[in-house]
Structures are given as C-alpha cells and as structure tokens.
Design a protein around this ligand. Structure first.
Ligand SMILES: [Fe+2]
Ligand SMILES: [Fe+2]
Length: 301
C-alpha cells in the first residue's frame, strides 16, 4: 500500500498532524512555510485529548496562537477547552531534528495587548485579516507560557505532589473499573438493569479511564522536556519513561478497539475486555512505580 493510500482513511486534521510529526514541525499545502505548532487540549466534555495544528507568533519565550477558526462564526473547540483547563501541551520542531512536546500554561490576552498582537499577526500573515473580515467575532489571542523549572524548587515540589495525586487517582479508578468488570462477569450484581445498559455504562467508564490516562501521559511528556533541562542526570530515565508511555498508549489503543467493536453483554466480550485491561494494568503499575522512584527524589529536592 502506498503512503497516500495508507493516509486516505485519515481526516484532514490527522493528515496535517502526521505530516507535522514526521517532518520536525514542517507542513506543506496551505501551511507551507508558516510557523506551526500542535496544541493538545483536554476535551471539556469528554476529557479526551484533542490535538490541533495552529500558526504561532513567538513573543520572547511565549507562543501566541490565534483562535481564528478560519473566519467561522464559532470559536474553535481548542479555545473553549483551554479556558476550562489551561494546561496545554505544545509540540514544536526542534534543532535536534524531531518535534518535541512542551508543557505550557494558556492565558488569553485582553484589551490593548490583544489588539496590538492581533494587528501584528495580520501584518505578518494577511490571511488572518481575511479571517477577521468573514466574522463579527473578535478573534481571541492566547499566550502559551512554557513550563520553566530554572531554579524554582517550589514549583518542582508542587509538580511532584501533583504526580503522586494523579497516580493515586488513576490507581483507584483502575481498581474500581476492574471490580465493575468482575461483577459484570460474575453476574453477581443484584442490579436489575438490563445487560445492555450495564455494558454501555461499563464502556463509558472504560473510555473515560483511557482518556484520563492518555491526558496524564501527554501532559507528562510535555513536562519531561522541562525536567530534562533542570535535571540533566534524569535524561536516561526520562527517555525510558517516554518509551513506556508509548507502550501503554499502544495497549490502550487495543483496549479501545475492543470497546469500539461494541459489547454485546455476553461473557465472551467481557472476558476479552478483562484480558485487554489486564495487559494495560501490568505495564501501568510498573510504569507508575518507576516514574515515582526516578522523578520524585529530584522534584522534592
Ligand atoms: Fe508516566
Ligand atoms: Fe505518571
């Protein structure tokens, strides 16, 4: 199968993302030569990670992005998502030759500052002036400030505490999920709800778990880039942690495939689901432990 045929099942967004990642942040077509980033935000309704390409303007160490949505009358989803949860992972091309994720915090520019940077962007790229003319909407401008741990021990300690809390939440939810599957399999639930409703609920809970874990790893991958600068001795461990994220991601994708095929509510489906979940759990427990053991001593100073 040719590369082109393999890509034909992808959406426009997915094709741009794939091209971006394969070419150290460069994309052809309508984005040829434009300074591009990928933004990953957390879906405000689903918790699912959403990745979108965007043109940026670099202002000092922060990245400005413009919620133009190509001049449509609605703000793009990523803008609503970051208002709800301002931790945004930014992927950008690097001098090492491969695009890399960075943890950033989003803040919308207001008033005169917003207007000044919007005008500047329209001068640099007149396409934005066209977008503006198509809508009555005042197009938001958002600043993304990369995480910088340079000498800030308090920030590192806070990140360490967050890591422990997220792992504890993820472990707890995983245990509850397994219990729910066991109960559905054992048929010992005194619940009178029909099997279809039960499996639909189980499916929703499994998906929520997948999204939460994916989001946790995507955000960690971004934070790791700041850890590597602040704690160079951790680079080998972080390289290993990034690889483990990749392994978990593959296992999760297979788990989601089982869910996507639909659960009929008979024992066979649930057995398969339990098998796939066990695979995720096995890798995950070891990963959490290794991450805590290697990162926490540095973060806690
Ligand atoms: Fe991790
Ligand atoms: Fe983690």
């Amino acid at each position: 199968m040719s590369e082109q045929q393999a890509d034909s099942g992808l959406s426009w967004n997915e094709r741009v993302i794939k091209e971006f990642r394969a070419n150290n942040g460069r994309v052809g077509g309508m984005f040829e030569g434009a300074p591009m980033v990928l933004l990953t935000t957390m879906g405000r309704k689903t918790g699912k990670p959403h990745t979108n390409p965007a043109i940026y303007y670099k202002d000092g160490d922060r990245y400005l992005v413009f919620a133009s949505n190509a001049g449509r009358d609605k703000n793009p989803d990523w803008y609503h998502n970051l208002l709800e949860s301002p931790q945004v992972t930014l992927e950008i091309g690097t001098e090492e030759g491969a695009a890399k994720p960075f943890a950033t915090r989003a803040e919308e520019l207001k008033g005169e500052e917003r207007d000044r940077y919007w005008e500047l962007q329209c001068t640099l790229d007149p396409g934005f002036r066209d977008y503006e003319s198509k809508t009555d909407r005042k197009i938001p401008v958002v600043a993304l400030q990369p995480l910088d741990l340079g000498g800030d021990n308090e920030r590192s300690r806070m990140i360490g505490q967050q890591l422990i809390k997220h792992h504890s939440d993820l472990r707890g939810e995983l245990a509850r999920l397994r219990t729910a599957i066991e109960q559905a399999l054992g048929g010992d639930n005194t619940d009178a709800r029909p099997a279809v409703e039960l499996t639909e609920q189980l499916r929703a809970r499994c998906l929520t778990y997948c999204y939460g874990l994916q989001m946790h790893h995507i955000r960690e991958d971004g934070s790791f880039s700041a850890f590597e600068v602040r704690y160079p001795h951790l680079v080998p461990a972080i390289t290993k942690l990034r690889e483990q994220h990749h392994v978990v991601e593959t296992a999760l994708a297979e788990f989601e495939e089982v869910l996507d095929e639909g659960l009929s509510g008979d024992g066979g489906d649930l057995e398969r689901l339990r098998g796939e979940l066990d695979r995720v759990v096995a890798g995950l427990e070891a990963h959490f432990a290794y991450e805590e053991e290697t990162l926490l001593p540095a973060l806690e100073g």
